[in-house]
Unconditional design. Structure first.
Ligand code: GLP
Length: 239
């Protein structure tokens, strides 16, 4: 794992965005894995700016998102699909036919198989962006007794419900989600994990310095051979 510490979220976004844009320019038909949440938004902003300045095009890029809530239609204002549309997809030239999302309302087994096959058919994910939950979760893989492999349906923990319910005002936050499994994430060729703020400091410490254990799902990244962790000073404060 390579760990880099920055002054603020904007600098992290520029660093992660540059890695992605440089890669897209070297391989225009590459496969990118995207995450939702606040952490990757400055990265998406950087990508949008580069696109607006004519420095990069995403028209041949294929994308896979990490996760989606169960029980919400894809076009619901709080769905992760809507989040991606508002924060990136509608602002660059990614083609909708190249956007892949888990369907939180589909049959778990069939959906898991469909997503695994779709990723495989594209030759795997070249760069996967990740955030981290306060409890060390990645995507929606909550702390548990074992690492999962392909996509699965997860019951969300109270910590995640507490953290994410701020995004839900008049809708009750779903209690379950479909998420890429740990195995699918680990098969990405490169991983960029972004964490900012004090609330992530303990999870970041456990991920980097703790044992590799499914009780801190992000700790598995210690075993990935091309992972870069981008932190602000607050998130790095316990290292
Ligand atoms: C959600 C997402 C994760 C994300 C995490 C942290 O639970 N499923 O993919 O990493 O939140 O979100 P944030 O970046 O807003 O702190």
């Amino acid at each position: 794992m390579e760990v880099r510490v920055f002054k603020n979220a904007g600098e992290i976004g520029a660093a992660a965005g540059k890695i992605i844009c440089d890669f897209v320019n070297s391989k225009p038909d590459c496969v990118l894995g995207f995450a939702t949440g606040a952490s990757p938004v400055p990265t998406y902003d950087y990508m949008i700016n580069q696109f607006n300045e004519g420095k990069v095009s995403f028209k041949d890029v294929t994308t896979f998102n990490l996760d989606e809530y169960c029980g919400l239609p894809a076009d619901h204002k709080n769905s992760y699909f809507t989040f991606m549309k508002e924060n990136l997809f509608s602002k660059v030239d990614i083609q909708s036919k190249n956007i892949n999302f888990l369907d939180g309302n589909a049959d778990e087994e069939q959906e898991s198989k469909r997503y695994a096959e779709a990723i495989k058919a594209k030759g795997g994910i070249d760069i996967q962006i990740l955030g981290i939950g306060r409890n060390g979760h990645i995507a929606f893989n909550e702390p548990s007794d074992e690492f999962t492999d392909e996509a699965w349906k997860v019951t969300l923990s109270q910590s995640t419900i507490d953290a994410n319910s701020i995004y839900f005002d008049d809708t009750e936050m779903p209690r379950s989600a479909m998420t890429m499994g740990i195995g699918s994430i680990m098969r990405s060729k490169k991983i960029i994990l972004i964490a900012t703020g004090n609330s992530k400091a303990q999870a970041v410490k456990d991920m980097i310095k703790g044992p590799v254990t499914p009780h801190c799902p992000a700790s598995i990244l210690q075993q990935h051979n091309d992972t870069v962790i981008l932190l602000d000073e607050a998130a790095a404060s316990l290292l």
